[in-house]
Design a protein around this ligand. Sequence first.
Ligand code: GLY
Length: 408
Amino acid sequence: MAQQHDTGRPLTTAQQQLFSRTLDRLAEKVAADEPTLGVEFPYVTAPDGKWVLMPASRSAGYSGEAWSHGNWFCGFWVGLLWTAYLHTGEARFRTWARERMQLVAQRADDGNTHDIGFIFESSAIPGFHITGERWYADVALQAASRLRARLVTTPRGAYLSSWGPLDDPRGRRSSAIDTMANLPLLYWAARHSGDASFRLAADAHAAMTEQGFLRANDSTYHAVEYDEATGARTRGFTFQGSGDESDWARGQAWAIYGYVESARETGKRHYLELAERTATYYLAKLGDRLVPPWDFDAQGEDAAIKDTATSAIVASAFLELGDVHPDPARRETWRARGLDTLAGLCREEFATEDTHRGLLRNSCYSRPHREGVVSATLFGDYFFTEALARAAMPGRLLPAHGPAALQP
Ligand code: GLY
């Protein structure tokens, strides 16, 4: 039986006004940028503040030994358009979202990347939730089938391979912490289709990630490789962090986000504990700062480079914890922490100047690759937007349902 569920203390007037003003600015920026993009999608901002663009069609892949994520963020732009539509009620945002979705939909059959979760959970799922048009749900379900097909089974458990086609052994044995935040597509598909295998695949991945990624102190590896024959981790390493053993801040955020969604969808109390443990580690490292460095172990000048995308992801995850937690006091603490983080981002990191086209300043896509460093990132802007929507218009961007009854 589902437990009693309340959505938490209402926003204060000051919070309501701040979030509403920020959503106004978001809608203005998105409306100004949309006609300038052609058929491409924003990605990171350049040093002059303009968006750098990429077509939706660019898939992930290896070029020699070098891995490229390709366009894993096109769906996020659609999520911004849906949010602007919900906030303003202006039909042009809904039209743009549909047009953009036509470009994004070509990726629903992409067998190269786990990021298919990010692409469709931010675009097609809100599209279906808001309009009820079946096409969005069909596209999301097709993408979810592709993601489920990435499940690699081993004697110790099963994981979703992250990077590359499954017939490439490099892709097959690899998994990244980011995958935890791709699981909501599978959870949605299970609910929508009634086929529990989507949820079981996500649950299996979340369980194996605990074994493979969590260090003894509750920090996380960015990526691991598994021995398929035994299920043992053969190495932990990084792609975007400062070192293989370092604490890449965004990776920690993906873990928190994925475990709270897994707790909500599976009802497993253990996932709630993992969400709180990884969040507690993150907060201890963060100290009294609003925004973490891109990597908690970055040294010298690099340590001054921040990542607001991490703050946005954790703000959204904390709001979810504030919704899912069975203990009213803990629920209130997490909700307050999520709202404070979100309000801090609105006040201190939202780019109000016209020359800066992204929403949040000071995100860092990849310091090792020197890409989008001290920049806006579209994924950071999306998770900021998702957190705003969760706070200011709960249940309207993404389906809201009470948490599954938590099991011991
Ligand atoms: N690949 C996801 C990230 O950059 O966090």
